[in-house]
Write a protein that binds this ligand. Structure first.
Ligand SMILES: NC(=O)C1=CN([C@@H]2O[C@H](COP(=O)(O)OP(=O)(O)OC[C@H]3O[C@@H](n4cnc5c(N)ncnc54)[C@H](OP(=O)(O)O)[C@@H]3O)[C@@H](O)[C@H]2O)C=CC1
Ligand SMILES: CCCCCCCCCCCCCCCC(=O)[C@@H](N)CO
Length: 360
């Protein structure tokens, strides 16, 4: 070993033994910085998970479009039972009055009022605006708006009348935009409110027969997500509900012309009762949950399709993180079974047609 080498190794040894003291402030700085960054990141992650304060329905003014029948009527009844003042909005006046009578049986005090207003929510914005004005003059500012007016038409893409695509977007999508637009300014001023959109499981998954219906329900999700980001600082919360097939006059009407494939695929999720669906939807809207789903299939679909939608509770966020991969695996089996339903129906139809041609 030369004397030079000996010197340099002595310096290294000395550094190794003694100079970590010099590094200590830097190490501490890095540790503190890491803690601060982790804390800020945690705050960012937690902040969208903080649940809003529940809305008190007792004495609140709830406007329900499509409130004269089916799910809308059940939602109105559920709110009325909890002490709300209700405005029912739909086109047919006789049906509205009938629904009002049904609601009034559930009054919990003698101050409660049910107001009926007839309007087509999809035709003219100015009409919808004046209806909401009328309702606010009589029952005060709207605390909760339930956009439930909607129609369903199913059929194969190439067999559907072309104007049906426009009709469904008008009623299901614009028919939710207009009432929302009409209530939002007052809600922002009051820094209080709930907006609900009634989409459908067919607004989370596109299915055979729903080429016109599904897009009108998917559209509501895009509207809801964008709107929620705008109005959250005003303490207004948006809920999107995704019910499965529900036993209503609307479903009975739809079933008259529903393709067999659509029926078989929809049966996967079963048929719910409107009261049961309404209870869940109202609970979620009151709590300010962005997502509202019904049944185990509904739960899986919502976790699976959560995308970049807002989260309103820590448990919901954690469940999504943990279940996503598992549910996707299950979903692949569902998709396989839907494909096989479609193939089977096609073969059966072709066989029936061939038999028919033979007999002719
Ligand atoms: N039933 C089901 O299986 C499911 C339904 N949904 C959705 O739930 C909502 C309600 O469905 P459901 O209860 O079955 O339907 P119903 O047909 O039983 O009721 C629909 C309601 O909407 C009103 N309405 C329809 N069109 C208009 C319009 N242009 N302007 C104002 N009001 C209108 C109807 O009154 P009027 O005709 O007098 O105007 C009625 O009050 C719909 O949006 C539907 O897509 C979602 C998932 C499943
Ligand atoms: C892990 C993944 C689970 C996947 C489950 C998939 C289940 C699909 C069933 C879709 C049913 C669609 C009902 C539409 C109801 C409707 O809107 C009309 N009836 C309106 O009248």
């Amino acid at each position: 070993m030369s004397s030079e080498e000996g010197l340099s190794s002595t310096i290294t040894d000395w550094l190794l033994i003694n100079s970590w003291w010099l590094l200590l402030p830097f190490v501490m700085l890095i540790v503190v910085a890491a803690f601060i960054v982790a804390f800020v990141l945690l705050l960012y992650m937690i902040s969208p998970l903080i649940s809003p304060k529940p809305l008190k329905l007792n004495g609140a003014h709830v406007v329900v479009t499509g409130g004269s029948s089916g799910i809308g009527k059940s939602i109105a009844i559920e709110c009325y039972r909890q002490g709300a003042f209700i405005t029912l909005v739909a086109r047919d006046e006789a049906k509205l009055l009938q629904a009002k009578k049904e609601l009034e049986k559930f009054a919990i005090n003698d101050k409660q009022v049910v107001l009926c207003i007839s309007v087509d929510v999809s035709s003219e914005y100015s009409q919808v605006e004046s209806v909401i004005k009328q309702a606010q003059e009589k029952l005060g500012p709207v605390d909760m708006l339930v956009n439930c007016a909607g129609i369903s038409i199913s059929g194969k893409f190439d067999e559907m009348e072309v104007d049906r695509f426009k009709k469904l977007m008008e009623v299901n999508y614009l028919g939710s935009v207009y009432p929302t637009r009409a209530v939002i300014t007052t809600m922002k001023e009051r820094r209080r409110g709930r907006i609900m959109f009634v989409s459908s499981q067919a607004g989370q998954i596109g299915l055979f027969g729903y080429t016109a219906y599904s897009p009108s329900k998917f559209a509501l999700r895009g509207l809801a997500e964008s709107l929620q980001m705008e109005i959250k600082p005003y303490n207004i919360y948006v809920t999107v509900a995704y019910p499965p097939d529900t036993d209503t006059p609307g479903l009975a009407e739809e079933n008259k012309s529903k393709p067999l494939e659509t029926k078989l695929i929809s049966e996967t999720s079963g048929v719910c009762q409107p009261d049961q669906v309404a209870k869940i939807i109202v609970r979620d809207a009151v709590q300010g949950n962005f997502n509202s789903s019904v049944g185990p299939d509904g739960y899986m679909l919502s976790a699976l399709t959560c995308g970049m939608s807002p989260v309103t509770s820590i448990t919901e966020g954690l469940q999504q993180i943990v279940t996503m991969g598992l549910f996707r695996t299950i979903a692949l089996f569902y998709l396989g079974s839907f494909d096989s339903i479609v193939r089977r129906c096609m073969i059966q139809r072709e066989q029936a047609k061939a038999a028919e041609d033979k007999t002719e």
